[in-house]
Write a protein that binds this ligand. Structure first.
Ligand SMILES: Nc1ncnc2c1ncn2[C@@H]1O[C@H](COP(=O)(O)OP(=O)(O)OP(=O)(O)O)[C@@H](O)[C@H]1O
Ligand SMILES: [Mg+2]
Length: 333
């Protein structure tokens, strides 16, 4: 993914894009930290794509997905006969990434015993493949990522402090989606356009209420969770208007921004959630008024006071064209 393909418009996102543009041309190591689904891998790829290394390979290795006994060979390669089953000489990821970028995902899972060899490869850009006495020289930029607190692993002596400092030359912290609510609308528009095209569903309107409900959600799985959710919503929307699945639950955000929400805002979110569950039916046995334990007229009065329209909002926004959507990062920070 190139920088221009990344979607977002919040000040935090724009600051992130500025940082990515600044660090891309240099060769210093980058450490990306952030919760699951915040976009660590897409940022690593964007750094590579914006760097002078873009014509060489971006090689990714998930340190948590490879058994520790095999990790050394995966990283540095091995000679024929270096261990049982090593029938041929094999290049490791460092050599594959020569001239390009090596992305070490889940770096917190790097076994302690392998860390000194990785440190030397980072510092000296040289290493010996497993079972070999020949030193191999490479030119690799390393970008590492983790959703663990590496500082804490260091204090528990589970991660070497020297390796931590070597990787953490350029730290990039990805904020969770709940701390950049402004990104939810452009991301939603982007994912709706993507899945509408892929699933051949003619969705072209996103009601304001749907946007408000998405913005009030906690998104613990961050952008990945939003993406998967929008795919489901597009699939189950009956017409050309995006509808939220009835089981969608809003969770109260933990951020300071939400902590300061007024009672009226909390009321509004609760009423909107109930209206979505009843598909905007106010009266009757299964209507929102009944569910909220209010008289129908009281609910209508409350809705008017809180600025919620009494029938399905047709104050909807047309989805922007994909080309427009891809320029959000350009704004100043
Ligand atoms: N700014 C963005 N614009 C568009 N899509 C994005 C953006 N950031 C992330 N995504 C999408 O969100 C999903 C999760 O991103 P990614 O895999 O990079 O997250 P991650 O932080 O590496 O997650 P994990 O910790 O679980 O490995 C991907 O499908 C990615 O394409
Ligand atoms: Mg990842």
């Amino acid at each position: 993914m190139a920088i221009s393909d990344l979607i977002g418009s919040s000040p935090k996102f724009r600051a992130l894009m500025t940082l990515v543009e600044m660090v891309s041309p240099v060769d210093s190591a980058v450490l990306i930290q952030g919760e699951t689904g915040t976009g660590k891998e897409v940022i690593a790829r964007a750094i590579h794509e914006a760097s002078p290394r873009r014509n060489h390979r971006f090689v990714a290795l998930n340190c948590a997905a490879i058994p520790s006994a095999l990790l050394e060979s995966e990283l540095f390669g091995h000679e024929r006969g270096a261990f049982t089953g090593a029938c041929t000489q094999t290049k490791g990821r460092f050599q594959m990434a020569d001239g390009g970028t090596l992305f070490l995902d889940e770096i917190g899972d790097m076994p302690l015993e392998l860390q000194p060899k990785l440190l030397r490869a980072l510092q000296e850009q040289e290493f010996e493949p497993l079972g070999s006495t020949q030193t191999v020289r490479v030119n690799v930029r390393v970008v590492a990522a983790t959703n663990q607190d590496l500082g804490q692993l260091v204090s528990k002596k589970l991660f070497r402090v020297d390796l931590f400092y070597r990787l953490n030359v350029i730290p990039i912290c990805l904020p969770p989606l709940r701390e950049r609510v402004q990104d939810i609308l452009p991301l939603t528009e982007f994912f709706v356009a993507k899945f509408a095209a892929r699933l051949n569903k003619p969705i072209d309107l996103i009601p304001d209420e749907v946007v408000a409900a998405l913005q009030a959600h906690d998104w613990p799985g961050n952008i990945r969770e939003l993406q998967n959710f929008i795919e489901r919503a597009v699939l189950f929307s009956p017409g050309s208007v995006l509808r939220l699945p009835l089981d969608f639950k809003q969770t109260v955000k933990q951020s300071s921004e939400t902590a300061s929400r007024t009672l009226a805002e909390a009321d509004r979110a609760h009423i909107l959630e109930t209206l979505q569950q009843t598909d905007w039916m106010i009266g009757g046995q299964d209507g929102a008024a009944n569910r909220l334990g209010l008289a129908r007229t009281t609910l209508i009065y409350k809705m008017r006071k809180l600025g919620i329209e009494t029938r399905r909002s047709l104050r909807t926004r047309p989805i922007r064209q994909l080309a427009d959507e891809q320029c959000y990062a350009a704004a100043n920070c």
